[in-house]
Design a binder for this molecule. Structure first.
Ligand code: GAP
Length: 442
Protein backbone atom coordinates (compact mmCIF):
# COMPACT_ATOMS: atom_id res chain seq x y z
CA UNK A 1 0.00 0.00 0.00
CA UNK A 2 1.02 3.67 -0.28
CA UNK A 3 1.39 6.03 2.66
CA UNK A 4 -0.61 5.34 5.80
CA UNK A 5 -2.66 8.34 6.93
CA UNK A 6 -1.68 9.93 10.23
CA UNK A 7 -5.22 9.38 11.55
CA UNK A 8 -4.93 5.63 10.92
CA UNK A 9 -1.51 5.50 12.57
CA UNK A 10 -2.50 7.55 15.62
CA UNK A 11 -5.61 5.44 16.09
CA UNK A 12 -3.62 2.15 15.90
CA UNK A 13 -1.06 3.54 18.38
CA UNK A 14 -3.81 4.39 20.85
CA UNK A 15 -5.86 1.21 20.32
CA UNK A 16 -2.91 -1.15 20.77
CA UNK A 17 -1.05 0.76 23.48
CA UNK A 18 1.91 2.21 21.62
CA UNK A 19 1.38 5.92 22.33
CA UNK A 20 -1.16 7.85 24.39
CA UNK A 21 -1.80 11.57 24.65
CA UNK A 22 -0.11 12.98 27.76
CA UNK A 23 -2.53 13.73 30.66
CA UNK A 24 -5.41 12.55 28.51
CA UNK A 25 -7.95 12.44 31.37
CA UNK A 26 -7.42 16.20 31.79
CA UNK A 27 -8.00 16.91 28.12
CA UNK A 28 -4.40 16.26 27.10
CA UNK A 29 -1.25 18.37 26.78
CA UNK A 30 -0.73 19.38 23.16
CA UNK A 31 2.98 18.78 22.84
CA UNK A 32 3.67 15.72 24.97
CA UNK A 33 2.98 12.00 24.51
CA UNK A 34 3.26 8.91 26.69
CA UNK A 35 4.60 5.58 25.48
CA UNK A 36 2.36 2.65 26.42
CA UNK A 37 3.32 -0.99 27.05
CA UNK A 38 4.12 -1.75 23.40
CA UNK A 39 5.49 1.73 22.64
CA UNK A 40 8.08 1.61 25.40
CA UNK A 41 9.29 -1.81 24.20
CA UNK A 42 9.60 -0.51 20.63
CA UNK A 43 11.38 2.66 21.76
CA UNK A 44 13.78 0.73 24.02
CA UNK A 45 14.52 -1.76 21.25
CA UNK A 46 15.31 1.04 18.75
CA UNK A 47 17.55 2.68 21.34
CA UNK A 48 19.37 -0.62 21.93
CA UNK A 49 19.71 -1.15 18.17
CA UNK A 50 21.35 2.30 17.83
CA UNK A 51 23.52 1.87 20.93
CA UNK A 52 24.80 -1.48 19.70
CA UNK A 53 25.47 -0.04 16.25
CA UNK A 54 27.43 2.89 17.69
CA UNK A 55 29.30 1.48 20.66
CA UNK A 56 29.62 -2.25 19.93
CA UNK A 57 30.06 -2.27 16.18
CA UNK A 58 32.59 0.59 16.18
CA UNK A 59 35.69 0.00 18.28
CA UNK A 60 36.36 3.73 18.76
CA UNK A 61 33.08 4.96 20.24
CA UNK A 62 32.33 5.05 23.97
CA UNK A 63 29.11 5.90 25.79
CA UNK A 64 28.08 8.61 28.23
CA UNK A 65 24.99 9.55 30.22
CA UNK A 66 25.20 13.20 31.28
CA UNK A 67 22.69 15.05 33.46
CA UNK A 68 19.88 17.01 31.83
CA UNK A 69 20.52 20.00 34.09
CA UNK A 70 23.85 21.68 33.46
CA UNK A 71 25.66 24.83 34.56
CA UNK A 72 23.91 27.82 32.88
CA UNK A 73 27.24 29.02 31.44
CA UNK A 74 27.18 25.90 29.21
CA UNK A 75 24.32 27.43 27.20
CA UNK A 76 26.04 30.79 26.93
CA UNK A 77 29.20 29.11 25.66
CA UNK A 78 27.28 26.85 23.27
CA UNK A 79 25.58 29.88 21.71
CA UNK A 80 22.09 28.67 22.58
CA UNK A 81 21.20 31.65 24.80
CA UNK A 82 22.09 34.01 21.97
CA UNK A 83 21.15 32.03 18.88
CA UNK A 84 18.71 29.22 19.58
CA UNK A 85 15.70 31.12 18.30
CA UNK A 86 12.78 30.49 16.02
CA UNK A 87 11.34 33.42 14.10
CA UNK A 88 7.67 33.60 15.06
CA UNK A 89 4.72 35.58 13.78
CA UNK A 90 1.25 36.16 15.22
CA UNK A 91 -2.00 36.48 13.34
CA UNK A 92 -3.63 39.84 14.16
CA UNK A 93 -7.04 38.30 13.59
CA UNK A 94 -7.18 34.76 15.07
CA UNK A 95 -4.18 35.38 17.41
CA UNK A 96 -2.50 32.06 16.52
CA UNK A 97 1.29 31.93 16.51
CA UNK A 98 3.39 30.28 13.76
CA UNK A 99 6.99 29.54 12.90
CA UNK A 100 7.71 31.43 9.68
CA UNK A 101 9.17 28.33 8.02
CA UNK A 102 5.90 26.46 8.66
CA UNK A 103 3.90 28.94 6.58
CA UNK A 104 3.47 28.06 2.87
CA UNK A 105 5.63 30.39 0.75
CA UNK A 106 2.76 31.95 -1.23
CA UNK A 107 0.97 32.92 2.02
CA UNK A 108 4.15 34.16 3.68
CA UNK A 109 4.84 36.43 0.71
CA UNK A 110 1.46 38.12 1.39
CA UNK A 111 1.94 37.93 5.19
CA UNK A 112 -1.31 35.96 5.27
CA UNK A 113 -2.38 33.62 8.10
CA UNK A 114 -2.57 29.94 7.02
CA UNK A 115 -5.52 29.34 9.35
CA UNK A 116 -7.87 32.31 8.83
CA UNK A 117 -6.31 34.43 6.06
CA UNK A 118 -5.76 37.33 8.52
CA UNK A 119 -2.74 39.66 8.48
CA UNK A 120 0.48 38.37 10.12
CA UNK A 121 2.85 40.45 12.24
CA UNK A 122 6.55 40.81 11.33
CA UNK A 123 8.71 37.99 12.75
CA UNK A 124 10.07 38.14 16.29
CA UNK A 125 12.82 35.94 17.72
CA UNK A 126 11.70 33.43 20.35
CA UNK A 127 14.23 31.38 22.38
CA UNK A 128 13.36 27.68 22.39
CA UNK A 129 15.00 26.75 25.70
CA UNK A 130 12.88 25.95 28.75
CA UNK A 131 14.07 27.93 31.75
CA UNK A 132 13.62 26.93 35.37
CA UNK A 133 15.28 27.57 38.74
CA UNK A 134 17.45 25.37 40.89
CA UNK A 135 17.06 25.67 44.67
CA UNK A 136 14.41 27.55 46.66
CA UNK A 137 15.05 31.10 45.37
CA UNK A 138 13.72 32.07 41.95
CA UNK A 139 16.22 34.72 40.91
CA UNK A 140 18.63 35.22 38.00
CA UNK A 141 21.43 33.47 39.89
CA UNK A 142 19.42 30.24 40.11
CA UNK A 143 18.40 29.91 36.44
CA UNK A 144 18.99 26.57 34.80
CA UNK A 145 17.83 25.31 31.41
CA UNK A 146 16.38 21.99 30.36
CA UNK A 147 18.92 20.94 27.75
CA UNK A 148 17.74 21.49 24.16
CA UNK A 149 20.30 18.96 22.83
CA UNK A 150 22.25 16.18 24.52
CA UNK A 151 25.46 17.11 22.67
CA UNK A 152 26.67 19.69 25.21
CA UNK A 153 26.92 17.01 27.93
CA UNK A 154 29.45 15.30 25.68
CA UNK A 155 31.56 18.41 25.00
CA UNK A 156 31.86 19.37 28.67
CA UNK A 157 33.00 15.80 29.44
CA UNK A 158 35.49 15.64 26.55
CA UNK A 159 38.51 16.04 28.81
CA UNK A 160 37.19 13.53 31.38
CA UNK A 161 36.72 10.89 28.70
CA UNK A 162 40.12 11.50 27.09
CA UNK A 163 41.81 11.21 30.50
CA UNK A 164 39.93 8.13 31.71
CA UNK A 165 38.86 6.01 28.74
CA UNK A 166 42.16 5.57 26.86
CA UNK A 167 40.65 6.83 23.61
CA UNK A 168 42.69 8.26 20.75
CA UNK A 169 41.53 10.57 18.01
CA UNK A 170 39.58 9.78 15.88
CA UNK A 171 37.03 8.60 18.44
CA UNK A 172 33.39 9.19 19.31
CA UNK A 173 31.18 9.64 22.38
CA UNK A 174 27.57 8.44 22.12
CA UNK A 175 24.64 9.40 24.28
CA UNK A 176 20.88 8.84 24.41
CA UNK A 177 18.65 11.08 26.48
CA UNK A 178 15.84 13.55 26.86
CA UNK A 179 15.94 16.99 25.31
CA UNK A 180 13.44 19.84 25.61
CA UNK A 181 12.42 22.64 23.27
CA UNK A 182 9.59 25.09 23.64
CA UNK A 183 8.25 24.31 20.17
CA UNK A 184 5.31 26.28 18.83
CA UNK A 185 4.35 24.02 15.95
CA UNK A 186 3.75 20.68 17.65
CA UNK A 187 1.20 19.09 15.33
CA UNK A 188 2.00 15.78 13.61
CA UNK A 189 1.80 13.48 16.65
CA UNK A 190 5.23 12.55 18.06
CA UNK A 191 7.16 14.15 15.14
CA UNK A 192 7.83 17.46 16.90
CA UNK A 193 7.24 17.66 20.64
CA UNK A 194 8.46 19.81 23.50
CA UNK A 195 9.95 16.81 25.32
CA UNK A 196 11.72 14.23 23.17
CA UNK A 197 14.69 11.89 23.11
CA UNK A 198 17.84 12.14 21.05
CA UNK A 199 20.49 9.59 20.07
CA UNK A 200 23.60 11.66 19.45
CA UNK A 201 27.21 10.85 18.71
CA UNK A 202 30.05 13.36 18.58
CA UNK A 203 33.08 12.15 16.61
CA UNK A 204 36.31 13.97 17.46
CA UNK A 205 38.82 14.26 14.62
CA UNK A 206 41.89 16.09 13.36
CA UNK A 207 40.67 19.29 11.58
CA UNK A 208 42.32 18.26 8.31
CA UNK A 209 40.11 15.16 8.06
CA UNK A 210 36.67 16.73 8.41
CA UNK A 211 35.50 16.10 4.83
CA UNK A 212 36.54 12.45 4.89
CA UNK A 213 34.77 11.73 8.20
CA UNK A 214 31.71 13.73 7.22
CA UNK A 215 31.23 11.51 4.15
CA UNK A 216 31.93 8.41 6.23
CA UNK A 217 29.21 9.26 8.79
CA UNK A 218 26.68 10.22 6.15
CA UNK A 219 27.08 6.78 4.58
CA UNK A 220 27.05 4.98 7.96
CA UNK A 221 23.84 6.68 9.08
CA UNK A 222 22.02 5.87 5.86
CA UNK A 223 23.13 2.26 6.24
CA UNK A 224 21.79 2.23 9.81
CA UNK A 225 18.24 2.96 8.63
CA UNK A 226 18.57 0.31 5.92
CA UNK A 227 19.56 -2.19 8.62
CA UNK A 228 16.56 -1.10 10.64
CA UNK A 229 14.42 -2.17 7.68
CA UNK A 230 13.33 1.33 6.57
CA UNK A 231 12.42 1.55 2.87
CA UNK A 232 15.30 3.14 0.99
CA UNK A 233 12.94 4.87 -1.44
CA UNK A 234 11.67 6.96 1.48
CA UNK A 235 15.11 8.17 2.59
CA UNK A 236 17.14 10.99 1.10
CA UNK A 237 19.69 13.65 2.08
CA UNK A 238 19.01 17.37 2.06
CA UNK A 239 21.92 19.81 2.36
CA UNK A 240 21.32 22.91 4.47
CA UNK A 241 21.55 26.18 2.60
CA UNK A 242 23.25 29.18 4.29
CA UNK A 243 19.93 30.36 5.80
CA UNK A 244 19.20 26.92 7.31
CA UNK A 245 22.56 26.25 8.98
CA UNK A 246 22.57 26.14 12.79
CA UNK A 247 24.89 28.63 14.48
CA UNK A 248 27.49 25.90 15.20
CA UNK A 249 27.56 24.19 11.80
CA UNK A 250 29.94 24.62 8.87
CA UNK A 251 28.19 21.94 6.77
CA UNK A 252 24.96 20.12 7.59
CA UNK A 253 22.87 17.45 5.91
CA UNK A 254 19.46 16.29 7.03
CA UNK A 255 18.69 12.66 6.49
CA UNK A 256 15.02 13.02 5.53
CA UNK A 257 12.22 10.48 5.58
CA UNK A 258 9.06 10.73 3.50
CA UNK A 259 6.49 10.94 6.30
CA UNK A 260 2.74 10.83 5.56
CA UNK A 261 2.91 14.65 5.74
CA UNK A 262 5.91 14.98 3.40
CA UNK A 263 9.73 14.85 3.40
CA UNK A 264 11.06 15.91 6.81
CA UNK A 265 14.26 15.66 8.83
CA UNK A 266 14.83 12.40 10.65
CA UNK A 267 18.47 12.94 11.60
CA UNK A 268 21.12 15.61 11.16
CA UNK A 269 24.78 15.04 10.27
CA UNK A 270 26.74 18.17 11.12
CA UNK A 271 30.30 19.40 10.82
CA UNK A 272 30.50 21.47 14.04
CA UNK A 273 34.20 22.23 13.52
CA UNK A 274 36.00 23.14 16.78
CA UNK A 275 33.18 25.59 17.61
CA UNK A 276 31.89 23.90 20.78
CA UNK A 277 35.20 22.81 22.34
CA UNK A 278 36.77 26.17 21.56
CA UNK A 279 33.87 28.09 23.12
CA UNK A 280 33.81 25.87 26.24
CA UNK A 281 37.56 26.36 26.54
CA UNK A 282 37.08 30.14 26.40
CA UNK A 283 34.10 30.27 28.77
CA UNK A 284 35.42 27.79 31.35
CA UNK A 285 39.06 28.85 31.20
CA UNK A 286 40.04 25.16 30.89
CA UNK A 287 42.33 23.83 28.20
CA UNK A 288 40.24 21.55 25.97
CA UNK A 289 42.94 20.94 23.39
CA UNK A 290 44.15 17.45 22.58
CA UNK A 291 47.73 16.25 22.40
CA UNK A 292 48.15 13.92 19.45
CA UNK A 293 51.32 11.98 20.24
CA UNK A 294 51.30 10.21 16.87
CA UNK A 295 51.24 13.49 14.93
CA UNK A 296 53.29 15.29 17.61
CA UNK A 297 50.74 18.10 17.53
CA UNK A 298 48.36 19.81 19.96
CA UNK A 299 45.02 21.03 18.56
CA UNK A 300 41.35 21.52 19.30
CA UNK A 301 39.55 18.65 17.58
CA UNK A 302 36.83 19.13 15.01
CA UNK A 303 33.54 17.33 15.59
CA UNK A 304 31.33 15.46 13.16
CA UNK A 305 27.98 15.03 14.85
CA UNK A 306 25.25 12.50 14.06
CA UNK A 307 22.06 13.59 15.77
CA UNK A 308 18.95 11.41 15.53
CA UNK A 309 15.63 11.78 17.28
CA UNK A 310 14.73 8.56 19.09
CA UNK A 311 11.04 9.45 19.38
CA UNK A 312 11.03 10.65 15.78
CA UNK A 313 12.59 7.33 14.76
CA UNK A 314 9.72 5.53 16.55
CA UNK A 315 7.29 7.45 14.31
CA UNK A 316 9.39 6.66 11.22
CA UNK A 317 9.55 2.96 12.04
CA UNK A 318 5.79 2.77 12.66
CA UNK A 319 4.83 4.75 9.54
CA UNK A 320 7.21 2.71 7.42
CA UNK A 321 6.07 -0.62 8.84
CA UNK A 322 2.33 -0.05 8.51
CA UNK A 323 0.75 -2.17 5.79
CA UNK A 324 -2.59 -3.66 4.83
CA UNK A 325 -3.17 -6.83 2.81
CA UNK A 326 -5.58 -9.73 2.85
CA UNK A 327 -5.67 -12.92 4.89
CA UNK A 328 -8.39 -15.57 4.59
CA UNK A 329 -10.54 -13.18 2.56
CA UNK A 330 -10.36 -10.39 5.16
CA UNK A 331 -8.39 -7.16 5.40
CA UNK A 332 -5.25 -7.65 7.48
CA UNK A 333 -3.41 -4.79 9.22
CA UNK A 334 0.25 -5.69 9.64
CA UNK A 335 3.25 -3.84 11.03
CA UNK A 336 6.26 -5.08 9.10
CA UNK A 337 8.68 -4.19 11.89
CA UNK A 338 12.22 -5.47 11.83
CA UNK A 339 12.20 -8.50 14.21
CA UNK A 340 15.08 -6.96 16.20
CA UNK A 341 12.88 -4.04 17.31
CA UNK A 342 9.38 -5.58 17.39
CA UNK A 343 7.84 -5.25 20.89
CA UNK A 344 6.96 -8.96 20.90
CA UNK A 345 9.27 -11.38 19.08
CA UNK A 346 7.22 -14.53 19.30
CA UNK A 347 3.60 -15.34 20.13
CA UNK A 348 2.92 -18.85 21.44
CA UNK A 349 -0.55 -20.39 21.13
CA UNK A 350 -2.13 -23.76 21.90
CA UNK A 351 -4.61 -24.68 19.17
CA UNK A 352 -7.11 -25.51 21.94
CA UNK A 353 -6.84 -25.17 25.70
CA UNK A 354 -7.63 -28.78 26.54
CA UNK A 355 -5.88 -32.16 26.27
CA UNK A 356 -2.57 -30.87 27.57
CA UNK A 357 -1.94 -28.48 24.62
CA UNK A 358 -2.09 -25.37 26.85
CA UNK A 359 0.50 -26.87 29.24
CA UNK A 360 2.84 -27.79 26.39
CA UNK A 361 2.48 -24.31 24.80
CA UNK A 362 3.14 -22.66 28.17
CA UNK A 363 6.29 -24.70 28.70
CA UNK A 364 7.55 -23.66 25.24
CA UNK A 365 6.80 -20.01 25.97
CA UNK A 366 8.64 -20.21 29.30
CA UNK A 367 11.67 -21.76 27.61
CA UNK A 368 11.80 -18.98 24.98
CA UNK A 369 11.37 -16.13 27.51
CA UNK A 370 15.00 -16.00 28.56
CA UNK A 371 16.07 -14.89 25.11
CA UNK A 372 13.03 -13.43 23.35
CA UNK A 373 10.15 -11.18 24.19
CA UNK A 374 7.20 -13.62 24.19
CA UNK A 375 3.43 -13.44 24.40
CA UNK A 376 1.19 -16.36 25.36
CA UNK A 377 -2.38 -16.32 24.03
CA UNK A 378 -4.97 -19.07 24.28
CA UNK A 379 -8.13 -17.01 23.61
CA UNK A 380 -10.25 -17.12 20.44
CA UNK A 381 -9.90 -18.61 16.97
CA UNK A 382 -6.31 -19.14 15.86
CA UNK A 383 -6.79 -16.79 12.87
CA UNK A 384 -7.84 -13.97 15.18
CA UNK A 385 -4.83 -14.59 17.41
CA UNK A 386 -2.54 -14.28 14.38
CA UNK A 387 -4.30 -11.05 13.33
CA UNK A 388 -3.79 -9.52 16.80
CA UNK A 389 -0.06 -10.23 16.62
CA UNK A 390 0.22 -9.02 12.98
CA UNK A 391 -1.26 -5.69 14.00
CA UNK A 392 1.48 -5.09 16.59
CA UNK A 393 4.24 -6.42 14.34
CA UNK A 394 5.08 -9.75 16.04
CA UNK A 395 7.31 -11.45 13.45
CA UNK A 396 6.85 -15.09 14.57
CA UNK A 397 4.01 -17.17 16.01
CA UNK A 398 4.30 -20.73 17.29
CA UNK A 399 1.21 -22.92 17.39
CA UNK A 400 0.99 -26.14 19.40
CA UNK A 401 -1.49 -28.74 18.09
CA UNK A 402 -2.27 -32.42 18.63
CA UNK A 403 0.61 -33.53 16.43
CA UNK A 404 2.95 -31.59 18.74
CA UNK A 405 2.18 -34.03 21.55
CA UNK A 406 3.05 -36.98 19.37
CA UNK A 407 6.22 -35.87 17.60
CA UNK A 408 7.27 -32.68 19.48
CA UNK A 409 6.93 -30.46 16.43
CA UNK A 410 5.06 -27.13 16.15
CA UNK A 411 3.97 -24.71 13.44
CA UNK A 412 6.10 -21.60 13.08
CA UNK A 413 4.27 -18.84 11.19
CA UNK A 414 6.12 -15.92 9.59
CA UNK A 415 4.27 -12.60 9.84
CA UNK A 416 5.23 -11.08 6.47
CA UNK A 417 4.67 -14.06 4.17
CA UNK A 418 2.16 -15.82 6.46
CA UNK A 419 4.10 -18.97 5.54
CA UNK A 420 3.79 -21.78 8.08
CA UNK A 421 6.53 -24.35 8.55
CA UNK A 422 6.64 -27.44 10.73
CA UNK A 423 9.73 -27.49 12.95
CA UNK A 424 10.94 -29.37 16.03
CA UNK A 425 10.41 -27.70 19.40
CA UNK A 426 14.14 -27.73 20.11
CA UNK A 427 14.79 -25.88 16.81
CA UNK A 428 12.46 -22.91 17.52
CA UNK A 429 15.07 -20.62 19.07
CA UNK A 430 17.65 -21.34 16.35
CA UNK A 431 15.10 -20.77 13.59
CA UNK A 432 14.07 -17.42 15.08
CA UNK A 433 17.67 -16.32 15.55
CA UNK A 434 18.54 -17.18 11.94
CA UNK A 435 15.38 -15.56 10.47
CA UNK A 436 16.04 -12.38 12.48
CA UNK A 437 19.66 -12.23 11.38
CA UNK A 438 18.67 -12.69 7.74
CA UNK A 439 15.53 -10.51 7.83
CA UNK A 440 14.93 -8.45 4.71
CA UNK A 441 11.72 -6.60 4.17
CA UNK A 442 9.84 -8.00 1.16
N1 GAP B 1 22.70 18.38 18.46
C1 GAP B 1 22.21 18.80 17.20
C2 GAP B 1 20.75 18.88 17.17
O1 GAP B 1 20.08 18.82 18.17
P1 GAP B 1 18.75 19.16 15.52
O2 GAP B 1 18.71 19.03 14.01
O3 GAP B 1 18.19 20.37 16.14
O4 GAP B 1 20.27 18.97 15.89
C3 GAP B 1 18.51 16.60 15.84
O5 GAP B 1 18.03 17.89 16.15
C4 GAP B 1 17.35 15.62 15.77
O6 GAP B 1 16.58 15.66 16.97
C5 GAP B 1 16.34 15.92 14.65
O7 GAP B 1 16.79 15.38 13.42
C6 GAP B 1 15.10 15.23 15.16
O8 GAP B 1 15.13 13.86 14.85
C7 GAP B 1 15.22 15.41 16.66
N2 GAP B 1 14.40 16.55 17.13
C8 GAP B 1 14.73 17.85 17.15
N3 GAP B 1 13.73 18.60 17.65
C9 GAP B 1 12.74 17.74 17.95
C10 GAP B 1 11.43 17.89 18.51
N4 GAP B 1 10.97 19.07 18.89
N5 GAP B 1 10.65 16.79 18.69
C11 GAP B 1 11.13 15.56 18.33
N6 GAP B 1 12.35 15.36 17.81
C12 GAP B 1 13.15 16.43 17.62
Amino acid sequence: MGQVSMDTLVSLCKRRGFVYQSSEIYGGLASAWDYGPLGVELKNNIQRFWWREMTQLHDNIVGLDAAILMHPRVWEASGHVENFHDPLVDCRQCKQRFRTDAIPEELWAKRQCPECGGQLTEPRQFNLMFKTHIGPVEDDASIVYLRPETAQGIYVNFKNVVQTARVRIPFGIAQVGKAFRNEITTKAFIFRTCEFEQMEMQFFIHPSEDEKWFEYWKAERLEFYRKLGIRESRLRFHQHGPDELAHYAKVAFDLQYEFPFGWKELEGVHNRTDYDLRRHGEYSGKDLSYLDDVRGERFIPYVIETSAGLTRTVLTVLADAYDEDEAEGEKRVVLRLHPAVAPVTVGVFPLVKKDGLAELARSIELALRGEFSTFYDQGGAIGRRYRRQDEIGTPYCVTVDYQSKEDRTVTLRHRDSMEQVRIRIEDIADTIRKATREYRRA
